[in-house]
Design a protein around this ligand. Structure first.
Ligand SMILES: NC(=O)c1ccc[n+]([C@@H]2O[C@H](COP(=O)([O-])OP(=O)(O)OC[C@H]3O[C@@H](n4cnc5c(N)ncnc54)[C@H](OP(=O)(O)O)[C@@H]3O)[C@@H](O)[C@H]2O)c1
Length: 328
């Protein structure tokens, strides 16, 4: 049986598991989830462990649409058991959908959503997220187009990603003025080593009733406890593709954090997920995973450890927000 816990996503009726699954590993070359079989093992384990929130994007999978297509196949017959979050409109990636530089436009969104629905083999997307801001399209138009899709039942809720705090607040006020769909979630990078969202974004999200889904929550896996300053497993994403993250990490601080976890008899993964879930506005930790064993460990971390006020202060002393904002 699952010990998963669930939270409401922002000011909405959508409940999501507090540990979700980031799906940008599906199709990733060299990972255990490069194959359809590996992906299915991870997705099915997630459902077994009570993980409901699956976060993907049209661009994930190292080939446009690949992660969504793999998920569509893997979820055949199990669609009702999960909350599918996908994204459209990342400004920095190629898209087969013609856009001429405005991926938040009504025209682009209406074409993009059909592609995602087809690849995911579903009639509806639970959470449809604008991947990055589109400076060329007024947010009013993006919201109106998304609202139409909600009305047609093609999507249920809307979210955004990589917006600045002022853009989050602007979008909320535009939605209030026009009525209809509003953004219920924000995805921004946030972890013990990337705390930029602390200053403006988290308080804004909390004040506006927007749930935060932190991305790279484990800093690509650095906070799973399997790395030291000497390195980590050769088959990990970090060692295969991003060794600089180990080389440049503030190891004195991470070792102090490891000692803090040891003193409490908790693993680094459990402490990190517990810390994230204690932060304002956070609804779910959408950690990526490449094996069923990682899924089991991440799911169990949902209610394994919660920091006291003193422990939060100790973590803050190890990774001070202001220094994290500027120097890591
Ligand atoms: N909105 C955006 O712009 C944006 C940008 C980036 C990501 N995202 C979303 O955020 C999600 C999470 O980010 P992420 O997956 O890139 O990074 P992450 O969650 O910080 O790290 C995930 C990686 O850590 C390792 N790991 C996870 N659990 C583990 C465990 N229990 N034991 C050992 N290793 C473990 C796995 O890699 P290995 O097995 O390879 O070590 C896994 O792929 C993504 O999947 C995506 O959905 C969104």
């Amino acid at each position: 049986m699952s010990d998963m816990t669930y939270r409401t996503l922002g000011r909405s009726g959508l409940r999501v598991s507090t540990v979700g699954l980031g799906c940008n590993n599906f199709g990733r070359p060299g990972s255990a989830t490069e194959s359809q079989e590996g992906t299915e093992r991870v997705l099915h384990a997630a459902i077994e462990h009570g993980i409901t929130l699956l976060d993907t994007a049209d661009i994930y999978g190292y080939e446009y649409g690949r992660s969504e297509s793999m998920m569509g196949r893997a979820l055949a017959g199990r669609r009702d058991q999960v909350v599918i979050a996908t994204k459209f409109g990342h400004a920095d990636y190629d898209s087969p959908v013609p856009h001429w530089g405005s991926k938040g436009s009504r025209r682009y969104i209406r074409l993009a959503v059909e592609g995602s629905l087809t690849r995911l083999q579903t009639d509806w997307i639970d959470l449809y997220q604008l991947h990055t801001p589109d400076p060329t399209t007024p947010i009013d138009e993006t919201l109106a187009a998304l609202d139409e899709l909600v009305g047609e039942g093609k999507i249920r809720y809307v979210g955004h990603s990589n917006l600045a705090a002022w853009q989050l607040v602007e979008a909320e006020h535009v939605a209030r003025q026009r009525g209809g769909a509003r953004f219920v979630s924000a995805q921004n990078e946030y972890s013990l080593l990337t705390r930029g969202a602390d200053r403006e974004l988290l308080p804004a999200a909390e004040a506006m009733g927007v749930g935060l889904l932190p991305y790279f929550p484990l800093y690509n896996g650095l906070f799973t406890g399997k790395f030291t300053r000497q390195g980590g497993p050769a088959d990990s994403r970090i060692m295969r593709q991003r060794a600089h993250l180990v080389e440049n990490a503030p190891w004195d601080r991470i070792e102090a954090y490891a000692a803090f976890c040891d003193e409490r008899g908790t693993g680094m993964l459990e402490a990190t997920i517990g810390w994230l879930l204690s932060r304002p506005a956070i609804a779910s930790v959408i950690a990526g995973a490449t094996t069923p064993e990682q899924i089991a460990q991440n799911a169990a971390a949902a209610d394994a450890w919660a920091p006291s006020a003193d422990e939060l202060a100790t973590i803050e002393a190890i990774f001070p927000t202001n220094e994290a904002l500027t120097s890591y």
